[in-house]
Design a protein. Sequence first.
Length: 143
Amino acid sequence: MKEMVSMKKSGKSSAVPAMIIFVLAVLAAVGIRTFFSPCIHDDGAFGVCHWAGQAIFGLSLVLAAEGLAAVLLRDSGVRKGLYIAMLLTAVPGFFLPGTLISLCGMASMRCRALMRPAVIILYAVMDAAAAAGIFLSKVKSRV
């Protein structure tokens, strides 16, 4: 009986990081399209930061899907695999704006002043939550 209670507790606690990742990924996807979107130039042309925003939007959707799958699935081995996938998906997101994809040149531009810090913070927290999920997910030994 005591093992069943501890298994149920560990199963629920290992889903908490997935819920956090899901919420933050949805926030990042919505935010990159609305309140911390890339720069809009006066002439309506796309700046180089536009493509960083597009990449973050796509990665955020992937992370949201992985997070939702980890919340819904009960198998601890599958969940641990999803946490590893989320960690590997979130790491490039941390480095995308400004490192992997260029941003506008001036520090006062929206992409450098708002978008990049918001993305770095959100993705750092998602990376930490995925790492925590890996450690919280216990896989049964088959021996």
